[in-house]
Design a protein around this ligand. Sequence first.
Ligand code: HEC
Ligand code: HEC
Ligand code: HEC
Ligand code: HEC
Ligand code: HEC
Length: 569
Amino acid sequence: MNATNTRRARCAGIALLVLPLGISCGETQPGGGLGPGPEPEPEVVLPPPLDPLPSVAPTSTDRFATSGQCGQCHFAGPEATVMHDAAGNDISPVYLWRSSMMAFAARDPYYLAVFGEELVKNKGREAFVEETCTRCHAPAGSEEQAQAGGHLTFDAMVAGDGKEAHLARDGVTCTLCHQIADEGLGKIQSFAGGFVIGYEREIYGPHLVPKVDPMQLIVNYTPTASTHITKSEVCATCHTVLVPIMKGEQRVGDFLEQAPYLEWKNSTFASGAPCATCHLPTQDASKVDISSPIAKFPAGLGARKPYGQHRFSGGNSYMLRILADNVEWTGAAVAPEELEQAATRAEAHVAEGAVVSILSTSMQGNALAVAVQVENHAGHKFPTGYPGRRAWIHVRAEGAGGEVLFESGAFDATGALVDRAGARLDRSDAVLPHRDLITKESEVQVYEAVAKDAAGAPTHRPLASVGYIKDNRLLPLGWSSADPWIDWIGPVGVSGDGTFQAGFDRVTYEIPGGAGVRRVMVELLYQSVRPTELDTLARVPHPAAVRFSGMASARPSIPVVAAQAQIEL
Ligand code: HEC
Ligand code: HEC
Ligand code: HEC
Ligand code: HEC
Ligand code: HEC
């Protein structure tokens, strides 16, 4: 059997997975599907989906060790009496970290899909793509391979058996983060994965005079007190994403893809509330400071405080649930229930980031004017991070019998924005403008960053982006337009809106024929992945994109409610 036949044979087994999107493996697929798109797209032949990922074997090098080795002492489990909170929850570093997106940074099927798409679109420049896309998502493997010469490849990451491959699949692993040196932190050269890892085998932590011999003996590292590890500038090394803008082989600039750190710098949180305050919280559910021994071996260690919980909750509950659905495929040694819990924590975390309120209602002619305020309580923009995220206001006005009289921001079963008749408002080739006043059901206030390519068209591809067409994400409290980075992080497309301000935005809804309205309900919805992006990825001829499309079609990208308010009239 030749190679093509083998592929087709394997392909047949997964046809069911991809069927809901109307594409079947190895067959051609006519374009379109998105309603009134400008032109039918060309046909594509899809390869078979990416095979399951191998697990992480215990691996050590002269600099790194995989997380399981730290788990010998820094994983609690049900038996240990230490590293549990008052409610009995396991709050050990390894337990919490292993169900976070940081642990899955290299095994995230969405990341792998976009990585695959970049490989397809950058034929002949694979090395450049692989070097760029593995630096932060597979940092220990990428460092290790760079030291040995060359760079970490996509294939090594998803199928390799070398030390660098196992380290890669361990994602943002313990020994990577805890060895980031206090060198250049906060400076531009430290961004875009510019962390520096030494050879001293010092593991930095916040606690003074740690007991060193158990770690030296068992894993040959020395725990070392250094306050720099708690600083936002450590997170900034990977959470300030700059990717090269290329013209042929020439690097002509940088595209700032993500900037939670620079956004945070331009907020009230920059004085006194580093990233760890919210992302490694030191208080339990009843707001009591946690105090616990930080290792289960040796027994009898004294309690330490503050004790940071390695939750790293963000907004991506969607991907955590996809991982739970497919945990065997990821090769990770973590139970789906843990990922479900992490997803629930992420939803609660998003809800801490926003508040909506109805400021006033009044009749303006025959329209009911409803003034809505959305506040950002996060330590950076809302939403922040990857530009695939968006949040929007969903307003519904009902009459005396509960009948819907007006609705803006409804979504369909795929999570796409639709009007009340079900017609899709989302288009991958069009951008919904920022608004201060909404008078029609087809108008929606969507807070998002939309990147553009060199031709000015919207794109989700990091390596095709040259800037933003729109960035009206909610600004954090304390935002100043005099910030030194403002040219990079300033909002785009909001000029003329005087009520788009530091910490909040106000939008007025004028509901035509509003006299009959008895109840107005307002929600702020949060979505990690736009359905238009899933539509695009479903047509990308790369195994990782085919795999992710199958997973995503089994779990639509339904938004979560970040905040809500309602009023009876
Ligand atoms: C400088 C570090 C850095 C580099 C380089 C980088 N990423 Fe990321 N990437 C991140 C971080 C941090 C996040 C998570 C942000 C968030 O959750 O909002 C992320 C998130 C993503 C996501 C979203 C994942 C999800 O589950 O929602 C995709 C897709 C992605 N990256 C693809 C890529 C590709 C493709 C490349 C190479 C072109 C790349 N990244 C290079 C840091 C990086
Ligand atoms: C992204 C960076 C990062 C990663 C990855 C990470 N940590 Fe931490 N760790 C921190 C920070 C920051 C603190 C300080 C938290 C605080 O007390 O404010 C910390 C604290 C600790 C402490 C001291 C106890 C405490 O909470 O104060 C231990 C032990 C620890 N980490 C172990 C681990 C282990 C084991 C892993 C891998 C499963 C890990 N860490 C992964 C950043 C990280
Ligand atoms: C044999 C048990 C053991 C193993 C294995 C182990 N540690 Fe530790 N770790 C300890 C002990 C004991 C301390 C000090 C506790 C104290 O003094 O309160 C500690 C302290 C730490 C600290 C806090 C240092 C400080 O000053 O704040 C960090 C961070 C840490 N370990 C990370 C790791 C990482 C990462 C690994 C995996 C490579 C690891 N440990 C493996 C036992 C262990
Ligand atoms: C070595 C690079 C690196 C460092 C250092 C790092 N991160 Fe991350 N982080 C990532 C990557 C990559 C992802 C995205 C994984 C994905 O979604 O595929 C991520 C994801 C996250 C997420 C989850 C976002 C979500 O989508 O839900 C949070 C929260 C986060 N990081 C916080 C932190 C904090 C706080 C620090 C500093 C203590 C930190 N990170 C340091 C690389 C890093
Ligand atoms: C005051 C609390 C607070 C502080 C401080 C804070 N964050 Fe967040 N973070 C949040 C909330 C709430 C969310 C969820 C809403 C959002 O995406 O903006 C979040 C989300 C994130 C996400 C995930 C976005 C996604 O796509 O899922 C990343 C990454 C992140 N924060 C990184 C950081 C970094 C890096 C810092 C420090 C420079 C930081 N955060 C400081 C509260 C905080």
